[in-house]
Design a protein around this ligand. Structure first.
Ligand SMILES: [Fe+2]
Length: 229
């Protein structure tokens, strides 16, 4: 898991250089910020989604590949106390390569990709991890490329959020939803790609650009994150 419990902070004081260890308590970890669900949440379709379908790039094992750059997202769901949240449900939905959602409320005239699976539902492993393969979402008017997430975990606060891509920094900086977050929150929801094996247990499997996303949930009583808009 890509988490860090401890870091050492150096300090200099009164002319005497000293190294002061600082324990970062679990409560210092920033919660993943809540962000708008938007108008294209795919109900009821997403409720029918196979929980074990990690591949949005095609509709079936023998179906044609969707248009666009194939990427993967590997992530984990943890509590603010850093406990892994296995058995959490992670829902994702996004635009296809043209920037179009497969949703009746999306009125833009860009073509639907008939081969793209626009949404998915995944359960996290016992160690809170999840992964899925998809295509880099297209840009649509007024928004920088992003993937929507909804996370449901027992005894935790439901979270709706969005993930962004560091490769699109200039577009991100023009996006009002993204820029409404503070710097630490933006850092939490911005991923950068690194070529990694599709199958994490098989280093020899095909490598594709992979982004990491650590989702940190608060308690039900937590008021630090704002409710979904
Ligand atoms: Fe969106």
């Amino acid at each position: 898991m890509n988490t860090r419990r401890l870091f050492i902070q150096s300090a200099a004081a009164t002319g005497v250089i000293s190294v002061l260890p600082k324990l970062v308590s679990a409560h210092d970890r920033i919660l993943t910020p809540s962000q708008t669900k938007g108008p294209f949440y795919p109900v009821p379709e997403i409720e029918k989604q196979d929980f074990f379908d990690f591949d949005l790039t095609r509709k079936g094992p023998d179906s044609p590949l969707a248009e666009g750059k194939v990427i993967a997202i590997r992530g984990s769901v943890i509590g603010h106390d850093e406990n892994a949240l296995g058995g959490s449900i992670v829902e994702v939905w996004q635009a296809c390569e043209t920037g179009r959602y497969n949703h009746p409320s999306d009125k833009n005239d860009r073509p639907i990709d008939p081969n793209f699976q626009y949404w998915g539902r995944i359960t996290t492993s016992e160690s809170g991890e999840f992964r899925f393969k998809t295509i880099l979402p297209g840009k649509y008017p007024g928004r920088t490329p992003h993937i929507h997430f909804r996370i449901l975990s027992p005894d935790r606060k439901e979270l709706v959020t969005q993930l962004y891509f560091g490769d699109h920094e200039s577009l991100n900086r023009k996006d009002s939803v993204y820029m409404s977050l503070n710097v630490a929150q933006r850092d939490n929801v911005t991923t950068v790609f690194e070529d990694m094996a599709i199958d994490p247990k098989d280093a020899k499997s095909e490598k594709i650009p992979t982004g990491q996303f650590t989702i940190v949930l608060g308690d039900p009583s937590d008021t630090k994150s704002t409710p979904p808009m």
